[in-house]
Design a protein around this ligand. Structure first.
Ligand SMILES: NC(=O)c1ccc[n+]([C@@H]2O[C@H](COP(=O)([O-])OP(=O)(O)OC[C@H]3O[C@@H](n4cnc5c(N)ncnc54)[C@H](O)[C@@H]3O)[C@@H](O)[C@H]2O)c1
Length: 326
């Protein structure tokens, strides 16, 4: 297949592109490089620099390359920023996604995969969180993903576009060639590894009085390569119908456990202090991934936090300045 990947210069998108090419697919990347890195784009992919706000650019890429499928990663991604600047998310994220969907419909593309989020589930009634959980977005960021899911519902009904919405929990880890280099970096594992590298003085633990085994928040980390495999499996199943999947390991690790494991792997002390809780951080967020395991045979190859951190550490050691372009 030929696949158009928006956001394919970003963290998850670039690794999905790498895995798609390894699986023999051909790939066109569309990215404005606002957060992504040109060097992260696999040399086997065609790269087009452009912005989703630019409908003519989207129409041109779809007319020229006639993809069989679109994977949509390009987005603003910061929950906290979305609480400060809601219309960047309820505006840009939604309008950009709508532009893409409209071009997809008008060019007759019938397969679409959306990067959705665990932030759809702000008040889960059951843990781990399965697909039957009530959707209560936790922020304008989560709301923007939910609005795109709703648009996709109508795209399926009206235009026959088959879609998968993959609701990721916490993507982490790296391949030897590609890793996580966000600016600003707000994700726990790269922050901890930046302390190990001496690029940051310490890491903050936001709250140690949660009702968890060590008082710190539990989160479900999924290796980015396992996430990429889920995209490939979902892509191949799309012709049998649209679907939603929650994607994590089903295993929660606490902030302290992540830091402790990183200390063991890196052999560095990694200073950490305890700061007040952050508003809106639930104590536990863990995904039930039974549905994708059962329907698509997805099975994470790297479920353990140690494998995830080891792969990230290898990449950060080899690339202490990330892609070196910021
Ligand atoms: N990282 C996670 O743990 C996580 C969890 C849940 C969901 N997600 C979702 O997965 C996707 C990828 O996340 P990531 O961590 O790789 O983010 P990222 O910021 O590394 O990648 C996003 C890419 O999109 C590009 N982009 C942004 N706006 C654009 C626009 N208007 N036009 C063209 N390109 C644009 C950026 O330059 C960047 O390369 C996002 O949609 C995010 O919401 C990520």
């Amino acid at each position: 297949m030929k696949i158009l990947v928006t956001g394919g210069a970003g963290y998850i998108g670039s690794i999905v592109v790498e895995q798609l090419i390894a699986a023999g697919e051909s790939v066109v990347v569309f990215d404005n490089l606002s957060q992504g890195h040109r060097a992260a784009v696999h040399p086997g992919a065609i790269f087009v620099q452009g912005d989703l706000a630019d409908r003519p650019a989207l129409d041109a890429i779809l007319s020229e390359h006639r993809p069989d499928a679109v994977m949509h990663f390009a987005s603003k991604t910061l929950v906290g920023e979305s609480m400060q600047k809601p219309f960047l998310y309820l505006g840009d994220n939604v309008t950009n996604g709508r532009n893409l969907l409209q071009s997809v419909a008008e060019h007759g593309v019938k397969r679409f995969i959306l990067s959705s989020t665990a932030n759809l589930f702000d008040q889960p009634e059951r843990m781990p969180i399965d697909e039957a959980e009530r959707i209560v977005p936790g922020s304008p960021y989560g709301e923007s993903k939910y609005l795109l899911e709703r648009m996709l519902h109508w795209m399926d009904r009206i235009y026959g576009v088959r879609f998968a919405s993959l609701r990721y929990f916490y993507a982490a880890g790296a391949t030897p060639q590609r890793g996580e280099d966000h600016h600003p970096e707000l994700h726990l594992i790269p922050l901890v590894l930046q302390v190990a590298l001496g690029k940051r003085e310490k890491v903050s633990i936001f709250g140690d009085d949660y009702p968890t085994r060590d008082g710190t928040c539990l989160r479900d980390y999924i290796h980015v390569v396992d996430l990429a495999q889920a995209h490939i499996l979902a892509l191949r199943a799309l012709d049998q119908g649209s679907r939603f999947y929650n994607l994590g390991n089903g295993e929660g690790y606490s902030v302290r456990e992540v830091i402790e494991t990183a200390r063991e792997i890196t052999g560095r002390p990694i200073a950490a202090d305890v700061a007040p809780r952050r508003a809106g951080d639930p104590a536990v967020l863990v995904a039930a991934s039974d549905k994708i395991r059962k329907e698509l045979g997805w099975k994470p190859k790297f479920p353990h936090i140690r494998d995830i951190i080891e792969s990230a550490w290898r990449w950060h050691q080899a690339n202490p300045n990330g892609y070196g372009d910021s």
